[in-house]
Design a protein. Structure first.
Length: 199
């Protein structure tokens, strides 16, 4: 039986994620060594374009996963889990659904395939005021005087901040100024040249 025919029969001719009945297509859930219906999901255009990152995520659309994550079809469970994992970075409800999900060990291993790399890819790099990418351990210089609230001093322009730490927010770094560990906005710092970074 052709894959699409099998999927149409399995899904009652509806998107297996959001139940839409328009513009349905086959989405193979990686990794796929040999195409077959067990490794594929029938999805609508709206779901497909967001799964493949061709369009921005519409978190409200994905509320449909509240139902489809309970599918008995392993491929649907895997795709629901992967989309919830992407949404969980900004949506608390998505993390709640992940916490409720149950998958067999084999299905969970499939669901986790490439998830970590996918997340790493999407994290925005931390950049200084000139757009240079910063890494933990780099040395930077302040480009303007900054009043340090709660520490009663002003960090002067040109002050070096050595061995910085990155934070979850790409617009913030942490470092020591005058012996005090503070959070600095990346718009007020510039990376030291490599020769100075090594000293």
């Amino acid at each position: 039986m052709p894959i699409k025919t099998a999927l149409l029969e399995r899904s009652n001719s509806a998107c297996e994620l959001c139940a839409s009945t328009s513009n349905l297509s086959i989405f193979e859930v990686p990794p796929v060594a040999e195409p077959n219906s067990d490794k594929a999901v029938l999805v609508c255009d709206t779901c497909a374009s967001q799964i493949t990152k061709n369009t921005a995520m519409d978190s409200n659309h994905w509320r449909c996963l509240n139902d489809s994550m309970w599918s008995q079809v392993a491929a649907v469970q895997v795709l629901a889990y992967r989309m919830l994992t992407r949404l969980a970075k900004s949506e608390g409800w998505a993390q709640d659904l992940i916490d409720m999900m149950y998958m067999e060990d084999e299905t969970k291993a499939w669901a986790d395939y490439n998830v970590a790399e996918d997340q790493i890819e999407e994290v925005a790099p931390t950049r200084d005021s000139n757009g240079a990418v910063l890494a933990a351990g780099d040395n930077v210089t302040l480009i303007k005087d900054l009043e340090v609230k709660g520490a009663n001093f002003t960090a002067k322009r040109g002050t070096p901040v050595r061995n910085i730490s990155l934070t979850d927010n790409p617009e913030h770094i942490e470092g020591r100024v005058n012996g005090v560990r503070i959070v600095l906005l990346t718009q007020y710092i510039k990376k030291m040249p490599a020769a100075l970074n090594e000293k």
